[in-house]
Design a protein around this ligand. Structure first.
Ligand code: COA
Length: 323
């Protein structure tokens, strides 16, 4: 018998305020046509003053628990992927734990920027396979609007806020690619590229800081690294691109999403795309896309999914799972 980490439920939360590209035209030398054509983004959600990464994470967690017909007490562990924690510490995950009224189990954050949800899924999978937890709540939640330099048109138009959550449960499988659940993971990082995308604040500066990015340099790495990690994960899972029902990519830029699909030999009909509505929500983008893809009726039980992401570090990776 092989243990598998199987999806039990999914949910998401998006702040009420929707900001169309046109809103940036008053304050910046930019326009809707440039943003759409260079990134595919049309609008994004921004958190209200009283909303934080942890409040959005909790809302997404509640939606996933409802979807799974589970109570907080049924969960053994919470992992939150985020780079925009409410405070330096404690973790957002422990804030969610308290908010859900959980008095048992354990909770911690994972920080791998836009690849964070892939890293969190991989951690959750390892904990389930090693018997440390039976049910893990995996959340991606971000408030990137709080780390934007609003005078930098090359970054502030690209990001958004939101949260998505997935519940994984240990279930027996046969050890074949037909099993439901996570079939393989692949993680990578290369710290030599740490200056391509970073936030210029933290405990060393005593400020929160602002996101700084050499967008065209990040772009150059993205398609090649995303296609290669997806390929490695598929090989490890014993599946090939023809078997894939859905790519659920990190939603940073439609041109990166299209380039990666092309490199994998897959049509855009097999890709869940939400970047037009959410912008880049960093670690929240994949669970948001999973939840929205499920709501739209795209993702169905038994479908084979490949998720992949790259972000600051650089850190990148992929997870193959059967829904
Ligand atoms: N509106 C209008 N012009 C803009 C602009 C904006 N919002 N932002 C940048 N520009 C300008 C630049 O100043 C530059 O002008 P110049 O040639 O006069 O210097 C020009 O557009 C081209 O800039 P460049 O950065 O080369 O554009 P690009 O085609 O690479 O697109 C990004 C920019 C950021 C959309 C693109 O590089 C990208 O998406 N990169 C990956 C980013 C990413 O995904 N990061 C997160 C990974 S998790």
């Amino acid at each position: 018998m092989t243990l598998r980490a199987v999806v039990k439920g999914v949910g998401h939360y998006l702040p009420e305020r929707v900001v169309p590209n046109s809103e940036f035209e008053d304050s910046l030398d930019t326009n809707d046509a440039w943003i759409r054509s260079r990134s595919g983004i049309q609008r994004r959600h921004f958190a209200a003053k009283d909303e934080t990464t942890s409040t959005m994470a909790s809302a997404a967690a509640r939606a996933a628990l409802t979807d799974a017909s589970l109570a907080p007490a049924d969960i053994d562990a919470i992992i939150v992927a985020t780079s925009t924690a409410d405070l330096t510490f404690p973790s957002v995950a422990t804030m969610v734990q308290a908010d859900l009224g959980m008095e048992t189990g354990f909770a911690f954050d994972v920080q791998a920027v836009c690849a964070g949800f892939i890293y969190a899924l991989s951690n959750a999978n390892a904990m389930i396979l090693s018997g440390q937890a039976k049910r893990v709540l995996v959340i991606g939640a971000e408030t990137f609007s709080r780390i934007m330099d609003w005078s930098d048109r090359s970054t502030c138009v690209l990001f958004g806020d939101g949260a998505g959550a997935l519940i994984l449960e240990a279930q027996p499988g046969k050890g074949t690619p037909q099993d439901r659940g996570i079939l393989s993971t692949d993680l990578n990082s290369d710290g030599r590229h740490k200056d391509l995308l970073y936030v210029d604040g933290g405990v060393s500066t005593g400020t929160t800081g602002y996101l700084r990015m050499q967008g065209n340099q990040v772009f150059r790495h993205a398609v090649e690294k995303l296609a290669s990690t997806a390929q490695k994960a598929m090989e490890r899972a014993g599946v090939s691109p023809q078997d894939v029902d859905w790519i659920v990519p990190h939603q940073a830029n439609i041109r990166i999403i299209q380039g990666t699909a092309k490199k994998l030999g897959l049509s855009m009909d097999n890709v869940v795309v939400t970047v037009q509505d959410h912008g880049n929500t960093s670690a929240a983008s994949i669970p948001l896309a999973l939840s929205v893809g499920r709501e739209r009726g795209q993702i169905k039980e038994g479908d084979l999914l490949v998720t992949e992401a790259i972000g600051g570090g650089l850190a990148w990776g992929a997870v193959v799972l059967r829904w």
